[in-house]
Design a protein around this ligand. Structure first.
Ligand SMILES: *Cc1c(COP(=O)(O)O)cnc(C)c1O
Ligand SMILES: [Zn+2]
Length: 436
């Protein structure tokens, strides 16, 4: 496990000239531990210290107007991503521009003044993973890879299979055998090689890392092209800023599996400030809070113990999309929440189910188990006085409840059918619970 040297400096305006046709304004891969720089390529770890690599950029020529003139998807932010200049004209799945929903009913229920839900169900395969896969696919094609592959906790498999179908290339997805059937079947429907593995995600990931060594023309989106993949999550932060009228919220609560999403949303907030895209009315950073399930909370354990390293755990939770026991970006999550005045916390499975139903019943947003985790943790942070109920807050809904239906099956009442008669209707109507 690695500890953090420095993730807080933004890496614009470094030496090196961008290859605009292939990678936009990106100039290099830089080690997040020791700062060593490498050419843009299919490399994810530093050859000096084995630290993870991150994309560096030339300062982009970008303005609110140039973004507004772009397409209604993540490619409106192409100048801040490692993608070819003509990316918007290529065959991609076109994720992004998902709704930022003002959640007044939920806010009232929780005693908060102003709460927004960033609703990632609106992506092509119904989770935020379409964003990261679209960026990874663009890089994979530029780097000459022939197959798009991944180890997945479910949503990533859907996104990889769909994006590869659009681009007309082969997809191979590796998933834990005990995954939700909705996620497994949907991946197969997009037409991919589907490999179910006996074991949890961490075993699946280990196999994928071995395969990535062996198959040198396969792009494993979250392994060998991970530096590009991870940048895709910045677009969540860019959209939140743009949807708020180029302002930033004061607090955000984000689910944590590998931790990449949380780390990149923070990076996006810092980039839009540095590039002068947002009106900065307060000097403080956006407070970033991370959410894990109690049954898989290695980052929370490290945070509580005041440590910089994250000890792996064996996951046991209904939140399968977050069930990564050995999170690659765990140390960077710790860095972000400590630097911004946030924290990380966990909630148990029963509260996760309650929270899924609370969001659905107050706002009409049926999210998957991951949002159950995120909202349950938000409630705990409020109760603990860590989250300020008066401050403008964003909650990430990262995926769709229709993919994790079983999680709520024991918690709602579906009555037996009646005869089509007014009398039977009246009897059932009077006795049936309203499931609130
Ligand atoms: C993958 C996933 C996450 C976590 O993303 P990381 O970047 O790995 O932390 C959160 N929610 C859903 C629905 C996911 O599929
Ligand atoms: Zn290094």
């Amino acid at each position: 496990m690695t500890s953090v040297v420095n993730t807080s400096s933004l890496d614009f305006d470094q030496p090196g000239s961008p290859d605009r046709a292939r990678f936009g304004n990106a100039t290099a891969l830089t080690c997040r531990e020791c700062g060593a720089r490498f050419e843009l390529g299919g490399q994810h770890a530093c050859t000096e210290c084995f630290g993870p690599l991150e994309v560096s950029y030339h300062v982009p020529q970008v303005s609110r107007a140039s973004i507004a003139a772009g397409p209604r998807n993540i490619w409106r932010y192409a100048s801040m991503l490692p993608v070819p200049a003509d990316i918007a004209t290529r065959r991609t799945t076109e994720p992004g521009c998902t709704p930022l929903v003002l959640a007044d009913n939920l806010a009232r229920e929780l005693g908060m003044r102003r709460l927004w839900v960033k609703d990632e169900r609106a992506n092509p395969t119904h989770s935020f993973k379409d964003r990261v896969v679209a960026v990874a696919l663009a890089a994979a094609i530029e780097l000459g890879y022939k197959v798009l592959a991944c180890p997945s906790t479910g949503n990533l498999a859907n996104a990889v299979a769909a994006a590869a179908a659009r681009a007309g290339i082969e997809a191979v997805v590796l998933v834990p055998a005990n995954l939700e059937p909705e996620k497994i079947l949907a991946s197969a429907a997009y037409g991919c090689k589907l490999i179910k593995v006996d074991g949890g995600y961490d075993e699946v990931n280990r196999l994928a890392c071995e395969l990535a060594e062996e198959r040198d023309d396969w792009a494993f989106v979250n392994v060998n092209v991970r530096p590009y993949y991870a940048e895709g999550s910045k677009t969540i932060g860019f959209e939140i800023a743009e949807d708020l009228g180029w302002r930033l919220p004061r607090q955000i609560v984000v689910p944590v599996a590998s931790g990449a999403q949380l780390v990149k949303i923070d990076k996006a907030f810092r980039e839009v400030r540095k590039l002068g895209l947002v009106d900065v009315d307060v000097p403080e950073p956006v407070r970033v809070f991370g959410a894990q399930a109690s049954g898989c909370a290695p980052v929370v354990a490290a945070y509580a113990a005041g440590q910089d390293v994250v000890q792996p755990v064996k996951p046991d939770t209904i939140a399968k999309s977050l069930a990564i026991g050995n999170p690659a970006d765990g140390p960077f999550v710790l860095d972000v929440v400590r630097r911004t005045g946030g924290s990380v916390a966990a909630a148990p499975d029963d509260e996760i189910v309650d929270a899924i139903r609370l969001l659905a019943a107050t706002e009409g947003i049926f999210g998957e188990t991951a949002v159950g985790v995120t909202l349950a943790v938000l409630r705990r942070l409020l109760a603990a006085g860590e989250l300020d109920p008066e401050a403008e807050t964003v909650l990430i809904n990262s995926g769709d409840g229709l993919k994790t239906l079983n999680a709520v099956s024991g918690a709602v009442v579906v009555p037996e059918p009646i005869k089509p008669s007014l009398r039977e209707f009246a009897a059932l109507y009077a006795s049936s619970p309203d499931n609130r």
